[in-house]
Design a protein around this ligand. Structure first.
Ligand code: SF4
Length: 276
């Protein structure tokens, strides 16, 4: 059993590894349905980008994708996170709740992938709703089939990463399949769940016009999607790959040019998306 630690403030860009060496493998992990304990990377207390208003962003450990451009490979494994009680997280959230409420904000649970530790995520979101906070998850949607109605009833907004519109490109970029994400997106659309779609624009990986066009045409008709956000690739996570001894194939990749970002925004808007 992992040693109980303390949920630490910090940044998604802090390197955290090896804090719970006896944690289970994230691909094998099945939570107990209660989620009283979980593995956490860190939290940020003043984001303005991860949902409406001022946000606490909680970064959980565990992800089943292996994106070639991942900025936070130290969130992939449960064993790199800190084992904490949900109550400790909820108590900390309670300290911030009055400020978050007054600034029309709330909590966003990100990762890693928040649906790896579904019960832990649900427990924190349910507590946040009881505090009158807006709730969001940031997810790849790959584990969307795990999200039952009870879980989704605790989520006000889904920040859904659609990393590619083309299945082969998606497989090359993430080492996983695209279809579960599209199924989850369609389910959210059918239930009218508010969503912001996020697309990381990576030169040489996801910037092909035909690839972008597939996302644009898929998302364009979805009335529940309030925004499609284009997130330009950057190199801020490169040092983590090196520090963790991982082979980083994008060491020479530059951020997309302003022209490329504008071209992608134009494709999305042309298809009816509200894009930024
Ligand atoms: S889904 Fe996110 S955390 Fe997981 S590998 Fe991809 S970029 Fe990294």
């Amino acid at each position: 059993m992992s040693q109980l630690g303390t949920v630490e403030a910090g940044s998604r860009h802090d390197l955290r590894v090896g804090l719970s060496p006896d944690a289970p493998d994230e691909a094998e992990f099945r939570d107990d349905g209660k989620g009283a304990f979980g593995y956490v990377h860190s939290y940020e207390s003043s984001s303005r980008y991860d949902g409406p208003g001022l946000r606490i962003v909680l970064f959980l450990s565990g992800c089943l994708l292996r994106c070639s451009y991942c900025h936070n490979p130290d969130t992939w494994h449960l064993k790199d996170g800190t084992y904490v009680s949900a109550q400790q997280v909820i108590d900390r959230l309670g300290d911030f709740a009055p400020a978050l409420r007054s600034l029309a904000g709330g909590i966003t649970i990100s990762g890693g992938e928040p649906m790896v530790q579904l019960a832990f995520t649900r427990r924190i979101l349910a507590a946040a709703k009881q505090m009158g906070l807006h709730t969001a998850i940031q997810t790849s949607g790959f584990l969307g089939a795990r999200a039952d109605e009870d879980f989704l009833s605790c989520v006000d907004l889904v920040l859904l990463d659609i990393k590619s519109g083309d299945p082969d490109t998606y497989r090359r970029a993430t080492e996983r399949e695209l279809a579960p994400t599209l199924r989850f997106a369609e389910r959210l659309a059918a239930m009218g769940k508010p969503a912001w779609v996020r697309f990381t624009l990576v030169p040489g990986v996801s910037d092909d016009p035909a690839n972008v066009e597939k996302i644009a045409r898929f998302v364009g008709p979805m009335k529940n999607v309030e925004w499609v956000e284009v997130q330009p690739f950057h190199q801020m996570g490169a040092f983590k790959w090196k520090a963790m001894g991982l082979e980083y194939k994008l060491a020479d990749t530059q951020p997309p040019t302003r022209e490329t970002v504008e071209r992608v925004l134009g494709q999305l808007r042309e298809a009816g998306c509200r894009a930024r």
